[in-house]
Design a protein around this ligand. Structure first.
Ligand SMILES: Cc1cc2nc3c(=O)[nH]c(=O)nc-3n(C[C@H](O)[C@H](O)[C@H](O)COP(=O)(O)OP(=O)(O)OC[C@H]3O[C@@H](n4cnc5c(N)ncnc54)[C@H](O)[C@@H]3O)c2cc1C
Length: 443
């Protein structure tokens, strides 16, 4: 059986690798339009900010590594058409312009997503960047490392915008974040995101919310960002206002796409066409609390969905139990993490819910170095079943959020979590761990 994989990063190469491990005779051909395979885009903000100066360390495996395992790779080949009736794809060699055809028994679509660039006047001026690929990271880093780059405007206060704002303010740049919504970090509830907002401002970042970018101005190079409320000087602009699935080439294929172009898949990663699978940022993913598909473009999902697709491409019948949208980020000395539903989502999905915000120390008061964690729990009113959790603090937030994720997945109530027997010694936690304390408060 021959499988073609389109897209060679997290979901695509997880699928290809798992398929090869499961069925060593499988013939696998990967088409990737870029120069690199299997790299951690999540490390790009830290590469740009100089915490790591070797982009090659972001790459887990090269074309040669995959070919040694028997997986054939075509780099700089963009798939431009999929013809399911003929089990055929067409790919354009980006060096020569030649279009080649190839046929498959099974197909895996893992083309990810690309940053959205709104049609702002001036968007083509020099020194306006997005951050999605290694090439984007190299270009942005080269520019921000120049001494003459003093002022940076980040358009969009989502995960990537905030990570970049943080690292660049640590480099001594004057950073302004412009966010159209009423707050930054929309996946977090306000009680949590506002702690990060304050921390960014304390560290010198200017944050403008409820403000819309209208135009970029400059003479060849960007010099100003114009919004509906003001103007900001800029040597560099990062536009990070969201992403769109890379699925335009599938529009006429008969493969079912959702509203924003996401590939519709079932929990086995199968599309509406039996021998075509998909997963990662180009596709929907099952959300286990919403009990339906959602769009949650995260590396966690891409890797897991890719692996499951790989097993199913080798004739297994494995279902993904689903995502919780668990995510974390660092903002200076703060850890932020979230899992499950936000309060707004609990409301939108018609849950009869309560919320509880708890401030709790991560260690006993007599042990040095204890710090406060703020948790917000969202739970069902009658059963106390945990639906969502979020937290912010200096230490021990993220690994505790993983425990909340497991509790949500297993439909555990706050009552049970309040008595779970967690490890304890003063250097690490209190006899009643912060998870116990927060859960016991959520009655
Ligand atoms: C700066 C940054 C920070 C991030 N941080 C985090 C984080 O901390 N935690 C987290 O969970 N997630 C994070 N993510 C998200 C995570 O990187 C993605 O969810 C993950 O990379 C998605 O994997 P994927 O394989 O679906 O898509 P991608 O990684 O986008 O790979 C898709 C590949 O398909 C190729 N392709 C597209 N169209 C075609 C075509 N027609 N023909 C051939 N090839 C094609 C593209 O060139 C691309 O290489 C971050 C992303 C970025 C950009």
């Amino acid at each position: 059986m021959k499988t073609i994989v389109i897209g060679g990063v997290a979901a695509g190469m997880s699928a290809a690798s798992k398929l090869k491990r499961t069925d060593k005779d499988a013939e696998i051909v990967v088409y990737e339009k870029g120069l690199h395979l299997s790299y951690g885009a999540c490390g790009l903000p830290y590469f740009v900010g100089g915490l790591n100066n070797n982009y090659k360390t972001l790459i887990q495996r090269t074309k040669e590594d995959f070919e040694k395992k028997g997986i054939k790779v075509h780099l700089k080949h963009e798939v431009v058409d999929v013809i399911p009736k003929e089990n055929k794809i067409k790919a354009k060699n980006l060096d020569t312009g030649e279009v080649v055809e190839d046929t498959y028994d099974n197909l895996m679509i893992a083309t990810g997503a690309s940053p959205v660039m709104p049609p702002f006047p001036g968007k083509d001026l020099e020194n306006i960047f997005v951050l999605n690929t290694i090439e984007d990271g190299l270009a942005l880093k080269e520019k921000v490392m120049e001494k003459s780059t003093k002022e940076v405007v980040v358009v969009g206060g989502g995960y990537i915008g905030i990570e970049v704002a943080e690292v660049l303010s640590n480099l001594g740049k004057k950073v302004t974040v412009v966010e159209m919504a009423g707050k930054i970090l929309l996946p977090f509830d306000r009680e949590i995101s506002e702690v990060a907002h304050k921390k960014l401002e304390e560290n010198g970042t200017t944050i403008k919310v409820n403000e819309k970018v209208e135009e970029f101005k400059g003479d060849g190079k960007v010099q100003k960002v114009v919004t509906d409320k003001g103007e900001y000087d800029a040597d560099v602009v990062l536009v990070s206002v969201g992403i769109k699935p890379n699925t335009k080439f599938l529009e006429e294929s008969g493969i079912q796409l959702a509203k924003n172009g996401e590939v519709e898949i079932d929990r086995e990663m199968r599309t509406n066409i039996n021998n075509i699978y998909s997963g990662g940022d180009c596709a929907m993913v099952y959300n286990m609390v919403k009990e339906e598909n959602a769009y949650l473009p995260l590396g966690t999902n891409a890797n897991k969905c890719g692996k499951i697709a790989g097993e199913n491409l080798a004739a297994a019948k494995i279902e993904y139990k689903g995502t919780l949208g668990s995510a974390a980020l660092k903002v200076h000395d703060l850890e932020l993490a979230r899992t499950g539903l936000s309060e707004k989502e609990a409301e939108d999905y018609g849950y009869d819910y309560k919320t509880k915000i708890v401030n709790v120390m991560n260690k006993p008061h007599y042990y040095p170095g204890g710090t406060k964690i703020t948790f917000k729990l969202i739970y069902e009113k009658d059963t106390n079943r945990l639906l969502g959790a979020q937290g912010v603090g200096e230490e021990g937030v993220v690994h505790r959020m993983d425990v909340f994720a497991l509790a949500i997945e297993n439909r555990i109530s706050t009552d049970d979590l309040g008595l779970t027997d967690f490890c304890y010694a003063p250097p690490f936690s209190s006899a009643w761990d912060a998870i116990n304390v927060a859960s016991n408060a959520a009655k």
